[in-house]
Design a protein around this ligand. Structure first.
Ligand code: OAD
Length: 241
């Protein structure tokens, strides 16, 4: 199957499954590989509930630094092309592992955040989950006195059931899945493309490097997110639904 056969414009329910690689072009470091966040920081000290319980201020210092950094970045070409595709094909869904909010800032509306968002905080009291874009935070404490927690999925945290169900519904009904910039090493997120593959739906992987799942995709586009999405965009011949 070549790219013309996969023409985006004929599809009605595209799922984009994205990882840190798409935001690398916004200047946000990935997690693994050269310059990856987990090479500089031990996740056991910064990205798990135990670390937070041990030293919430240290975890918040790290997290706030990342919020401030991401706030200074802007969406990249890849984020923008996906948002444009959603305008042409309203059945488009983004399932992202990223917590940076870049897809929404680029204009995507139908975004499922598997690993939560750095722009939300939560507390176990009845405050629940709240959007919070303050940089810096006005307070790290909830009105109830407890520490607010970033509403992100840390190592060993379960995924939110409702979120995973939404993602499953999208991938079980999509007619094309395009994976961009993920090492496919974190489960259960990495299972998302497998579901489309089992359904024999065409699947495309965009990545400068091969991953463990590369052999199973219909098409592997070796390259960076913006450049490869541009290539797909150029092959899109739009048809009216
Ligand atoms: P990784 O850092 O594991 O992988 C990033 C992927 O992006 C690699 O496969 C790179 O080859 C690829 N990449 C790099 N630059 C790219 C570019 N310009 N265009 C396209 N691809 C590029 O990031 P994720 O797979 O997203 O979890 O990591 C998954 C999860 O692990 C994250 O959501 C995070 C982390 O621990 C949580 O924070 C819960």
């Amino acid at each position: 199957m070549n790219l013309c056969d996969l023409a985006l414009g004929k599809r009605r329910r595209i799922v984009f499954f994205t990882g840190a690689g798409i935001s690398a072009e916004s200047g946000i470091p990935t997690y693994r590989g050269k310059g990856g966040l987990w090479h500089q920081y031990n996740y056991e000290e910064y990205a798990c509930q135990l670390a937070f319980d041990r030293n919430p201020e240290k975890v918040w210092d790290f997290h706030e630094e990342r919020r401030a950094f991401v706030a200074r970045c802007t969406p990249a070409e890849g984020h923008r092309i996906i948002a444009d595709i959603e305008k042409h094909i309203p059945g488009t869904t983004v399932i992202t592992q990223n917590i940076d909010g870049m897809h929404q800032r680029a204009g995507s509306r139908n975004v499922i955040e598997l690993h939560g968002s750095m722009w939300r905080v939560r507390c176990d009291c009845n405050m629940g989950v709240r959007e919070n874009n303050d940089v810096p935070l006005r307070s790290r404490q909830c009105d109830c006195g407890a520490y607010l927690r970033p509403d992100i999925v840390w190592f060993d945290d379960p995924l939110d059931t409702e979120v995973i169900e939404r993602a499953m519904r999208a991938v079980q009904t999509c007619d094309l899945l395009i994976t961009i910039g993920t090492s496919a090493m974190v489960f259960p997120a990495a299972q998302i493309p497998l579901i489309a593959m089992q359904r024999k739906v065409p699947t495309i992987e965009i990545n400068p490097e091969k991953t463990g799942l590369t052999p199973y995709y219909t098409v592997f586009l070796k390259g960076t997110a913006g450049a490869m999405l541009n290539r797909l965009w150029a092959h899109a011949s739009w048809t009216t639904p």
